[in-house]
Design a protein around this ligand. Structure first.
Ligand SMILES: Nc1ncnc2c1ncn2[C@@H]1O[C@H](COP(=O)(O)OP(=O)(O)O)[C@@H](O)[C@H]1O
Ligand SMILES: [Mg+2]
Length: 383
């Protein structure tokens, strides 16, 4: 299909909020989704993702605030007057209509008679050209989902909203569909706002991810930026895994030095989320794959200048590409270390005394006035 003529159109939410009685589902929120971007709203079940999406669609009235599209205030418009379409987790295809008539539905409803060309282009886009005359029940889940996407896109929306669209698919199919949706978005250039509770899904697909927690956006950024530079414990724990070590600042400057677990750890001052001062507490963070593991007997071979923590392996799981170790140490009871399986050291088994070491540059500092476990072990269930 040809690129849609979207006349200038960032989605802008300004002070948008939603309360149900005394319960606030979405706190006043300011958010800009740039035109043509693939934007993900990521968060655990109940954090307000669907409510936010429904306010963009007009399916839910906002309690406060405005929604605008390309500078036009659409807050008061009913859903069908907004240049927005939604794809839900339950595809809601018409069971008695075949694939091409499902896709043609939006055109027919607008009284357009000659739909063949457009439907054909749409089916090609979602690679279902050969399935035009099947009924939905003769398709796999992934194929049905692609029909739902084609059915929404044929209306030429400026924005496509997707609410956990892959939630019903098994893992392998979900991975395929993630790439497929990404390809479609790149091809049509329409703004996609994708809601998911699956952090890998958000990171794979989106240009920008907004991490939501308790009705608020905690942090927004490109996937790699969020992953490398989490600004809260929730983001550090929810997006992948982080080791967070409680410490006390000893000195500040280009590098911040922290006393933790009986030793000293160093990190770049610029990687602390708040101004650091000596004597203050700090949570020192490092991702499990940034850490190397040496047997205690080889401790002398560790290069100078690396951060070090000594401990004992309590658990290890071989998962193919990597081995995941749990290490007990004075700096933390259950530090996580992921080692790529290249040359495995047979001595690194539960019970072994080890030294964890990593480049100080790979360390980040978080405000210690937060729940250190926020976002950890949040149930990965669809909302
Ligand atoms: N119609 C409603 N009445 C009362 N509470 C609601 C209603 N819809 C949603 N909520 C509540 O608002 C919160 C956010 O819901 P939702 O936006 O569906 O979350 P998510 O999509 O992130 O799982 C939840 O606690 C939910 O129970
Ligand atoms: Mg939801």
């Amino acid at each position: 299909m040809t690129q849609q003529q979207t006349e200038g159109g960032d989605v802008r939410l300004t002070g948008i909020s939603k309360t149900y009685g005394s319960f606030t589902a979405v706190h006043p929120l300011d958010l800009t989704v740039p035109q043509g971007s693939f934007f993900a709203l990521l968060g655990a079940s109940g954090c307000g993702k669907t409510t936010t999406l429904r306010m963009i669609a007009g399916l839910e009235d906002a309690t406060t605030g405005t929604v605008s599209l390309g500078g036009r205030d659409i807050t008061g418009l009913p859903p069908y007057k907004r240049p927005v379409n939604t794809v839900f987790q339950s595809y809601a295809l018409f069971p008695h209509l075949d694939v091409s008539e499902n896709v043609a539905f939006g055109l027919r409803r607008r009284g357009i008679k000659s739909v063949r060309k457009q439907v054909g282009e749409m089916l090609d886009l979602v690679q279902l050209g050969d399935f035009a005359h099947r009924k939905p029940h003769q398709l796999s889940g992934g194929q049905q989902q692609r029909v739902a996407v084609a059915r929404a896109l044929i209306n030429h929306p400026q924005v496509l909203l997707l609410d956990e669209p892959l939630g019903a698919l098994d893992l392998k199919l979900r991975r395929q569909m993630q790439l497929e949706l990404k390809r479609i978005q790149t091809e049509v250039g329409i703004t996609f706002v994708h809601v998911t509770h699956d952090q890998e899904e958000a990171m794979t697909m989106a240009d920008t991810v907004a991490v939501m927690n308790g009705g608020r956006v905690e942090q927004l950024g490109a996937p790699a930026d969020l992953y490398e530079n989490p600004r809260t414990t929730f983001v550090a724990n929810f997006l992948g895994t982080s080791n967070l070590i409680e410490g006390e600042i000893v000195s500040t400057g280009t590098d911040v030095v922290v006393a933790a677990g009986g030793g000293r750890l160093r990190l770049p001052g610029g990687r602390c989320t708040s101004p650091a001062a000596s004597g203050e507490k700090l949570l020192v963070g490092v991702r499990p794959e940034k850490i190397s593991l040496a047997h205690a007997e080889d401790a002398d071979a560790i290069p100078e200048g690396r951060n070090r923590v000594t401990g004992r392996i309590t658990d290890s799981s071989f998962i193919g590409v990597s081995t995941q170790y749990v290490v007990e140490s004075p700096a933390g009871k259950a530090l996580q270390v992921y080692e790529q399986n290249i040359e495995r050291d047979g001595r690194l088994v539960p019970g072994a005394e080890v030294v964890l070491h990593w480049n100080p540059e790979h360390t980040f500092g978080l405000d210690a006035d937060q729940d250190i476990t926020a976002g950890a072990g949040v149930l990965e269930e669809a909302a």
